[in-house]
Design a protein around this ligand. Structure first.
Ligand SMILES: Nc1ncnc2c1ncn2[C@@H]1O[C@H](COP(=O)(O)OP(=O)(O)OP(=O)(O)O)[C@@H](O)[C@H]1O
Ligand SMILES: [Mg+2]
Length: 258
């Protein structure tokens, strides 16, 4: 990758589910080694955008380049092999399987058993719960614990890009902090992170870059701090749009916890 090749770039992404376009031309770049946070109101297309990265949804128009390689048209498996792993918005562990079995499944593309063991030892160190609750059914863990196990599972592929869709969803304030600390730790260990968050303040504080998505389009980009300090963002939190005077709509307010 040359210095001018962005790590991940969205170019004119138009995508939807057959009933009209949800994403209406999305352009922005994700910097390598950073944390990039996408915020925006409910239904603005954040999860839809992440699905286009992992190949779960094929855009109608546009391209996504990962280190110069086009992702559009590739299967989810091919995209995983390139080093992009997504943790979805809904909990995704197999509840009847043990914590360790779930984590090992994350390395399903790795044939070498010794290598799988090495990676398991490494994620155990990072996430003690993977060791302490190894034999327990994943379904017996709290929501926050399940999130950490999902992170551990995604790291088994040693991804270059970790994509997280609302990792804070359903977590209490204390678990929330642990989760955000873990995101920071994953980044400090060399993973580039692209995340969507409704706990916008906390997420933008730890993010190097922020992107505001509204109604399927990018309305603002900047450093995490710039997005956080932008007065228009306040309007967005209150459920309005980027108009000087708030329109009389029933836009859904974003939840804010700090
Ligand atoms: N599988 C689907 N089939 C049809 N429409 C969908 C599907 N998933 C999402 N949508 C619609 O696409 C739009 C954007 O949804 P999306 O889930 O991307 O929003 P979001 O920004 O992630 O919202 P939230 O903050 O609630 O997670 C919404 O109008 C939603 O109803
Ligand atoms: Mg979503």
């Amino acid at each position: 990758m040359t210095s001018s090749t962005p790590f991940l770039r969205f170019e004119g992404i138009v995508a939807g589910y057959g009933g009209g376009d949800v994403l209406k031309g999305v352009d922005f770049a994700v910097q390598e080694h950073g944390v990039t946070c996408i915020v925006g109101p409910n239904g603005s297309g954040k999860s839809t955008l992440l699905k286009t990265v992992s190949g779960l949804l094929h855009p109608r128009l546009g391209q996504i380049l990962f280190k110069g390689t086009p992702l559009v048209g590739k299967t989810p498996r091919e995209i995983l092999k390139l080093g992009i792993v997504q943790v979805p918005q809904q909990h995704s562990l197999f509840r009847e399987m043990s914590v360790e079995e779930n984590v090992v499944l994350g390395a399903f593309l790795v044939r070498d058993r010794a290598e799988v063991s090495r990676r398991l030892a490494s994620v155990r160190e990072m996430f003690p719960i993977v060791a302490t609750r190894a034999k327990d059914k994943a379904g017996s863990l709290s929501g926050g614990q399940q999130r950490l196990v999902e992170f551990a599972r995604c790291l088994m592929l040693e991804p270059e890009l970790v994509v997280l869709d609302e990792p804070s969803m359903g977590l209490d304030p204390k678990t929330l902090r642990t989760m955000f600390d873990t995101v920071k730790m994953m980044n400090e260990m060399g993973r580039t992170v692209l995340l969507v968050e409704q706990n916008a303040r906390q997420a933008l504080k730890l993010s190097h870059h922020g992107v505001v998505l509204e109604n399927g389009q990018v309305r603002l980009t900047g450093t995490g701090r710039e997005v956080l300090d932008n007065p228009e963002i306040g309007t967005l939190y209150l459920g309005g749009t980027f108009h000087a005077t708030p329109p009389a709509t029933n836009a859904t307010p974003m939840k804010e916890t700090d």
